[in-house]
Design a protein around this ligand. Sequence first.
Ligand code: NOJ
Length: 533
Amino acid sequence: MRRPEQTASRIDHDPNWWRNEVVYQVYIRSFADADGDGVGDLDGIRSRLGYLELLGVGALWITPFYRSPMADHGYDVADPRDVDPLFGDLEAFDRLVAEAHALGIRVIIDVVPNHTSTQHEWFRAAIMGGPGSPARERYLFRDGRGPDGSLPPNNWPSIFGGPAWTRVPDGQWYLHLFAPEQADLNWTNPEVWADFDRTLRFWLDRAVDGFRIDVAHGMAKPAGLPDFDFGEPPPPGSLPDADPRFDHDAVHDVHRMVRKVLDEYPGRIACGETWVKDNESFAKYVRPDELHQAFNFRLAAAPFDAASVQEAIEHSLRAVASVGAPPTWALSNHDVPRQVTRYGGHAVGERRARAMALVELALPGAVFLYNGEELGLPEAILPPEARQDPMWTRSGHTVSRDGCRVPVPWQGDAPPYGFSPAGTAITWLPMPPGWARYTVEAQLEDPRSMLSLYRSALELRRTHPAFGGTELEWYGAPAGCFAFRRKGAGLICALNTSGDPVPLPPGELLLASCPLEDGALPTDGAAWLVAGG
Ligand code: NOJ
């Protein structure tokens, strides 16, 4: 095998690559396990790069692989500048980036600036240092309320359920908007800024192409950490639009800092995880001196209904129009239930997921695919004792994200379906029996499979001139349907969520999510056309 340093990069120098890219999210624990411990790893990803090339994606986003006690499966980072041995080491990371680049695939990594693990050396120092120590100033420690300080400093609940404060042995409390093992950093402390700057440069110098920024709307806390009227307690696991703890102005200073660093590295980008209430707030994150792009979750939140999907698309386009940033689209990720299940499950959910894949991939902007969606994986039903998401315990066993995190099936008839080397008995989440039909092997040569649909759609999106332009125009369409056209370039996308087949707009058919019925688009179908000459 060629050594990484001898492998020539095929990454082009287009500074705007990210504006229309299709990015494939690798949830590292669940993509491919090279060392046989039942958990995915960096060498596993590298061993499957050929598949990603065949699929036709232009970039990867890899979820956190840093040193971590894994209380939130890596989003609790103990050392942001090293690889956890569970996933490999820095050499494995370098090999992966070099080989991805040799195939022309870019690599985006996930950074977690809002909080650290309580196993981070800073947090340990904060515990040792005691109240009032400089080490405590890197986090949000406060005295408690009540005569003996035994009540939390304010009334904030954690996003994962339970209180957002935990008391330490000397009596003070620290803030954690997520799990108790994820202590929120104090972003008014210059050391926190300096350390994040160091982390960004560390990975940029190792040739990453960009960052996905976790909780990008969360670093600036409201002054004084006041009590809030949260109204009805938010259902565990949901991040309500108007959560007053997020989206404070000072967070934009952090993103300006990120952008300044990135501007020193041409072609590198940042995409924020931003849950904010309105278009005006959203647009602020993608101003020219802040992040390049931000996730917009409206499409993933829309039910399978043409009016709702159209509204989500128009909303997302409006959100970025004022600042000239490109929109981003995702139907799923590691935090939300799989779309096949959301759209009704079984055959109906699959038909709808196929249709929505064509809708999404017809849109201008960047598309983020989540590993396994191209195989049509449904949400896996797991026994309670197998569930591992911290949200599961903290929500009183009502919410868990485990069902969308089950390892990807690659080949064969039985677990681990090639996810781990043959003979590996246990994967970190059990893989359901009956998943043989979803494997890459079973789908690759079948022209009717979900995988074949994604491959055809991605190839057309990459190569066909009808996918140019940045604007849409909408056609009049029967109730329960829509059709839009990419202005100037010509691609037409039609969706039918009504109960009857509908005629297609005039044009030459490029691809359909299901066979047409006498030239009409069936219920739960979508089609791509180009206007005839
Ligand atoms: C968002 C991530 O996507 C999620 O998986 C994680 O639990 C939280 N941020 C906390 O880091």
